[in-house]
Write a protein that binds this ligand. Structure first.
Ligand SMILES: NC(=O)c1ccc[n+]([C@@H]2O[C@H](COP(=O)([O-])OP(=O)(O)OC[C@H]3O[C@@H](n4cnc5c(N)ncnc54)[C@H](OP(=O)(O)O)[C@@H]3O)[C@@H](O)[C@H]2O)c1
Length: 215
C-alpha cells in the first residue's frame, strides 16, 4: 500500500519526536527529522540509534519530502519551525504541542483558541490534526498498560487527514478516540495539563495514561 511507503517528517527531535519516530520506524516507515542542526551530535546519535529508516535534514528539506508532518517542538519555538518549513500547503500537520507556560503552571493559549488552531492559522493550506499531546513521551514508546491500550484523543476538521493520523496512531498501539473538530483542541490541551499535574506534581509519575471505558 502506497501509504506505508510515505515518509513522515518530524519537526523536533526531542522526547516526543524521538519516541514516535522510533515507533514508526519500527513499523517499517521512513522517518525524516527536520532539525535546526541536523549534523549535531544529539541528532546524529538519534538517527544512528533508530537505524537506516531515519535521516535528519533541515526543517525545510524534511517538510518538502513528506505529506505527513509531526510537530513536536516546544510551543515557544513552533512558529519559528513553521516559518522555516516553507510551503505547507496540502500537508497533514500532526500537532503534538502543548502551549505550556515555562514553569508548567498552566497554558498560555486556551478557552477561546488553542495551539492547534493557532497552527492552522499560521499554515492555512494545511490540515491540522491534534494528536499525541495528552500522554507522556515515555508512554508513546509503550502505549500498552497491562492488557489495555491507552486512549489517544485526536481532533481535526479534515476527515481524510484525521483518518490517516488515526491509522498512524493505532499502528503504534494506541486506542484512537475521535474527539471531533479542531476547536476541541481547546479541551485536549487542558487535558495534557491534567496529565502533567497528576504525573509531575501529585506523585502519580509518568507511567500513567487516560483510558475511555465503555459498557
Ligand atoms: N515530553 C512529553 O512528555 C510531551 C508529551 C506530549 C506533548 N508534548 C509536547 O510536545 C512538544 C515537544 O516536547 P518534547 O518534550 O519532545 O520537547 P524537547 O524534548 O525539548 O524537544 C524539542 C525539540 O524541538 C527542537 N526544536 C526547537 N526549536 C526548533 C525549531 N525551530 N525547528 C526545529 N526543531 C526545533 C529541539 O531541538 P534543538 O533545540 O536541539 O534545536 C528539540 O529537539 C512540546 O510542545 C510539548 O509540550 C510533550
Amino acid at each position: 500500500m502506497q501509504e506505508l511507503m510515505d515518509p513522515i517528517a518530524i519537526l523536533g527531535a526531542g522526547q516526543v519526536g524521538s519516541a514516535l519516530g522510533r515507533q514508526w520506524a519500527g513499523k517499517g516507515r521512513r522517518i525524516i527529522f527536520g532539525a535546526r542542526d541536523p549534523q549535531s551530535a544529539k541528532v546524529l546519535a538519534l538517527t544512528d540509534s533508530i537505524g537506516p529508516r531515519s535521516t535528519a535534514v533541515t526543517v525545510r528539506e524534511a517538510v518538502a519530502s513528506a505529506e505527513m508532518v509531526l510537530i513536536a517542538t516546544p510551543w515557544s519555538k513552533t512558529r519559528e519551525a513553521l516559518d522555516a518549513a516553507g510551503d505547507l500547503d496540502g500537508k497533514i500537520l500532526m500537532d503534538a504541542t502543548n502551549p505550556l507556560a515555562p514553569d508548567l503552571s498552566g497554558l498560555t493559549v486556551g478557552h477561546t483558541s488553542s495551539a492547534a488552531e493557532q497552527i492552522a492559522h499560521w499554515a492555512p493550506g494545511s490540515s491540522v490534526v491534534k494528536a499525541f499531546n495528552c500522554i507522556g513521551a515515555k508512554s508513546m514508546s509503550e502505549p500498552r498498560f497491562g492488557s489495555m491500550s491507552a486512549s489517544m484523543f485526536i481532533c481535526g476538521d479534515a476527515e481524510e487527514a484525521k483518518s490517516r493520523v488515526a491509522r498512524l496512531t493505532e499502528e503504534i498501539g494506541f486506542e484512537v478516540i475521535d474527539a471531533g473538530p479542531l476547536s476541541n483542541a481547546r479541551l485536549l490541551e487542558p487535558l495534557a495539563m491534567l496529565w502533567i499535574d497528576l504525573a509531575l506534581k501529585r506523585g502519580l509519575g509518568p507511567d500513567i495514561g487516560f483510558k475511555i471505558l465503555r459498557r
